[in-house]
Design a protein around this ligand. Structure first.
Ligand SMILES: Nc1nc2c(ncn2[C@@H]2O[C@H](COP(=O)(O)OP(=O)(O)OP(=O)(O)O)[C@@H](O)[C@H]2O)c(=O)[nH]1
Length: 378
């Protein structure tokens, strides 16, 4: 007895895929354009939907529309899911190569539909291609790096459906296949059920992956200055509070440096705002090259930066400041400006971020007033 009528099951999967396509499409419209792939995933699901509906219409439409065409659409839709994932990771899909393979397999199914009719041969061709596509897709995501639940879920689902294809392919050699997917044999029912669960879980995985990406982008926006890629003032405030607390607890010194480019306004006035931006980017890169990985560089205003050096005594902080100052002196015809730096150290007790900043600012003010391009401790 069949517990699932295959035709009904295919219509149900199609309806579910269409709904998931709608969800992905809605996300595409509401998420920033930097999150790619959502539109391709939605399109791919819709292609699978059309293929499913045509396959379920066997007997009511011309033979070719219910065999070769749905086979093509199913394979092309499954490829589209992979292309969407590639776009999501910023990789350009090799569409023409896969189109050629899919067309070749479709022509094969056409031959085994009209020339030398064999449902088993058609099934072998399509399942082999689908298994390869799913395997390549899963391997592609693994290569991008795992590390989040959404990726594990997505890869798990794709591997599962790839294995189902292989099982289905293997069964063609020792189980009766019937003469159509609608024949209701157990392996067809298993395939239809597995495919429907996989479409649902893949879509959930894709939605979660896009959500993870959005969260990462928002986090980056909140913590990184978009021009110089240094930390934001807000992040530095929080980091400074944590480092001060650690310094008071462990007794290890915390150094704070305030850095301000000298006569930066003249760069803008002489060479234009874009040249000024490039100077800021280059300055941040030069400073980063003088730092350890645990040091924190943040942009506090236009051409004013703050630097936190955990576990650093005054003489070492002055050496770092001097190294930065020397690295920033423009060479030859280089468009750039020197930097003035105020350095201060956390006090063993009762220090606060405001007091630390005030001392570093006062030292910077002195550096500016005594001729610029210098380091002053305060
Ligand atoms: N290109 C560029 N300019 C900026 C940016 N943010 C602020 N500025 C400019 O930086 C300049 C800062 O000028 P001032 O505060 O007079 O400082 P300065 O010319 O460096 O002079 P001193 O600090 O006294 O040596 C202003 O002209 C701002 O418009 C930015 O993101 N890009």
């Amino acid at each position: 007895m069949n517990v699932i009528d295959p035709r009904t099951a295919i219509v149900l999967i199609s309806a579910m895929s269409a709904l998931m396509a709608l969800v992905l499409w809605a996300l595409k419209r509401s998420y920033p354009p930097s999150i790619q792939g959502l539109g391709q995933w939605a399109q791919a699901l819709l292609i699978i939907v059309v293929g499913g509906i045509l396959a379920a219409s066997r007997g009511q439409l011309p033979e070719i529309l219910t065999t070769a065409v749905p086979n093509f659409l199913l394979c092309w839709g499954v490829y589209g899911l992979y292309a969407g994932t590639q776009r999501f990771y910023g990789v350009r899909p090799a569409t023409w190569r896969w189109l050629a393979v899919t067309v070749a397999v479709t022509l094969g199914t056409l031959w085994f539909a009209l020339g030398d009719p064999s449902y088993t041969a058609r099934l072998r061709l399509v399942t082999a291609l689908l298994a390869v596509m799913f395997a390549v897709h899963a391997w592609f995501i693994v290569r991008q790096g795992m590390g989040s639940f959404s990726r594990w879920l997505t890869v798990g689902v794709i591997v599962y459906i790839a294995v189902i294809q292989l099982v289905r392919l293997a069964t063609t050699f020792f189980l009766p296949m019937g003469d159509t997917i609608l024949s209701g044999t157990p392996q067809h029912v298993l395939f239809i059920a597995s495919f429907s669960v996989s479409v649902l879980l893949f879509s959930v995985g894709a939605v979660l992956m896009a959500g993870d990406r959005l969260r990462a982008e928002l986090e980056l926006l909140a913590t990184r200055d978009s021009l110089t890629n240094t930390l934001t003032r807000r992040y530095m405030d929080e980091a400074c509070a944590i480092e001060l607390e650690r310094s008071h607890r462990t007794g290890q010194p915390l150094a704070m440096l305030m850095l301000d480019l000298d006569h930066f306004k003249t760069i803008n006035d002489t060479h234009g705002h874009q040249a000024g931006d490039r100077v800021l980017v280059e300055f941040a890169a030069k400073v980063q090259r003088c730092l350890r990985s645990k040091d924190l560089l943040g942009r506090f205003g236009g051409e004013e930066f703050a630097l936190l050096l955990p576990n650093t005594p005054l003489d070492a902080a002055l050496q770092v400041a001097e190294r930065i100052r020397a690295a920033c002196v423009p060479q030859g015809n280089e468009v750039g400006c020197t930097v003035s730096i105020g350095v201060t150290l956390s006090l063993p007790q009762n220090d606060s971020m405001d007091k630390l900043l005030a001392r570093a600012d006062a030292a910077l003010y002195e550096a500016k007033n005594t001729g610029r391009n210098r380091v002053v401790a305060g």
